[in-house]
Design a protein around this ligand. Structure first.
Ligand SMILES: Nc1nc2c(ncn2[C@@H]2O[C@H](COP(=O)(O)OP(=O)(O)OP(=O)(O)O)[C@@H](O)[C@H]2O)c(=O)[nH]1
Length: 398
């Protein structure tokens, strides 16, 4: 139980080719405007599946793994106008696809094609984001040395006084595991071994699919001696019920291929879940917000990063001009706003420049980034605001 209380994350993910953001947008827009498409993400429950399309970039020529690193709240799965629900897997039965969709998916009935959902579970700072980024081959999630930086994917540690935000995150870990085709449990090789199967028991083993394969990833092996790695491997093999243990160094990419291979061997055969060129389900707004949040974590100390919510208020692609991006950062107190702005707004300028450079790198184009800090007292306790900010299992589509 104690271990379960510390369980911090479950990332569902999928991987595919590098993104063509236009396609992403097109895909989202189509789903939103054509009600018949909702079969892909149904209305509630766990039985529907999300689709994707081929290609291989990261894993192999014939396989793909689409990464979706959101925590999803199954109870919030219902469609709402303007929102793209991510909490349910759409049905990828080809019988449900029309000609246009078949063409878009470019599914040529490759019997070797596999795709699926993977839940990534682990305590804060064990390396979930680093591993996911390595597997996708592109920076999908922010990596910092501060715990709990990846809120959409990471479930908060249970504290004495639990924020509503954390409660919602905890709900999400369960739904992420429920829908997964296989589960990765990441542990830190530098820490004392822990009984992983107890985590799942305490989390409600019943909520996991029966016989869902579980891989224990012993991460950060670069930080301990090879003999120690071998001992920890043996311990985990002996005292946990996982299907396999693989030692890796996510940071340096060692063993990551083995993890991919393991995942592929566990995914069901079938067409891709997403159209080509989508690297993640997240629209680019989500990534932009994540990049800004990463910079906040890098630049500010203490409670400020944790009290900050980043919203991309507007994203306008302007032909012949830089894309215009308007971002608001919500903090809880005026004192936090003062820190964030800095003397003469210097801290804010620094933040905006660092974020802009990374966003440009991510989007592969120049952007005009406008940033504003606003105070919304106790936003982390406000259920309405939390949902609005995407913690209810849905994100706003472009
Ligand atoms: N030496 C070493 N450091 C690693 C490795 N994997 C991750 N790290 C570092 O560990 C820290 C946490 O990594 P993250 O990937 O952000 O961990 P996380 O589990 O996503 O963290 P949370 O967002 O707190 O849940 C970062 O400083 C990483 O650089 C590894 O294999 N070796």
């Amino acid at each position: 139980m104690e271990l379960a209380s510390n369980l911090s994350a479950a990332d569902r993910f999928t991987v595919t080719t590098p993104s063509s953001l236009n396609v992403t947008r097109h895909f989202c827009a189509r789903n939103l405007c054509r009600p018949s498409q909702f079969r892909y993400r149904a209305t509630s429950g766990s039985s529907t599946e999300k689709r994707s399309s081929s290609p291989p970039l990261v894993l192999s020529r014939k396989h793909e793994l689409l990464i979706n690193e959101l925590q999803l709240d199954q109870g919030e799965a219902d469609y709402e106008e303007g929102l793209l629900s991510l909490s349910v897997k759409p049905n990828r039965s080809m019988a449900l696809l029309d000609d246009y969709e078949m063409e878009e998916l470019d599914y040529s009935a490759d019997p070797n094609h596999r795709s699926g959902y993977v839940a990534v579970v682990g305590k804060p700072n064990v390396g979930k984001s680093t591993l996911s980024n390595q597997m996708v081959g592109q920076k999908l999630s922010i990596v910092t040395d501060k715990p709990q930086t990846t809120r959409h994917r990471i479930l908060g540690v249970i504290e004495k006084k639990m924020h509503k935000l954390d409660t919602m995150m905890m709900k999400n870990v369960r739904s992420a595991a429920v829908n997964a085709d296989c589960v990765l449990v990441i542990v830190d090789a530098t820490k004392m071994p822990e009984k992983i199967d107890e985590v799942f028991e305490a989390e409600g083993a019943g909520s996991l699919k029966d016989n869902v394969p579980i891989l224990l990833v012993l991460n950060k092996k670069d930080l301990i001696k090879p003999g120690e790695v071998a001992k920890k491997l043996q311990w985990y093999e002996k005292f946990t019920n996982v299907d396999e243990v693989i030692p890796v160094s996510a940071k340096y990419g060692h063993g990551v291929e083995d993890v991919k291979e393991w995942i592929l061997s566990k995914l069901p055969s079938g067409p891709a879940y997403y159209p080509k060129d989508i690297i993640s389900e997240h629209p680019e707004r989500f990534f932009i917000a994540e990049i800004v949040r990463e910079k906040i974590f890098m630049q500010f100390r203490n409670e400020v990063p944790y009290a900050s919510q980043v919203n991309v208020v507007s994203y306008k692609a302007r032909p012949g001009a830089k894309d215009f991006i308007q971002v608001e950062i919500i903090v809880e107190k005026n004192s936090q706003k003062i820190i964030m702005l800095g003397k003469d707004g210097k801290a804010m300028k620094l933040l905006a420049t660092a974020a802009r450079l990374d966003i440009e790198d991510f989007l592969q184009k120049k952007v005009y980034l406008e940033m504003e800090v606003k105070v919304k007292e106790n936003w982390r306790q406000d259920e309405g605001l939390l949902k609005h900010y995407g913690y209810g299992g849905q994100i706003r589509a472009l």
